[in-house]
Design a protein around this ligand. Structure first.
Ligand code: ZN
Length: 69
């Protein structure tokens, strides 16, 4: 049956990938596409916490300095 050989588009390069055991990297067409896409994900996730490092940190100058007596 044709319904069994379903294909999906690789999220990275758009190539058609057969959805089956023969495509271990589905929905990606290859391991490379999967790693590249994962890498972009990780680098973007890492960028979020470092995007605003200046907020939430109390400046040391506004606290009582014991050496300023
Ligand atoms: Zn691909």
């Amino acid at each position: 049956m044709a319904a069994k050989s379903k294909t999906v588009a690789c999220p990275h390069c758009g190539r058609r990938v057969r959805w089956g055991e023969e495509s271990p990297w589905r929905p990606f067409c290859s391991k490379r596409c999967r790693l590249i896409d994962l890498g972009e994900w990780l680098s973007e996730e890492r960028r979020i916490p470092t995007a605003e490092p200046d907020h939430g940190i109390t400046p040391p100058h506004e606290q009582d300095d014991p050496e300023q007596r």
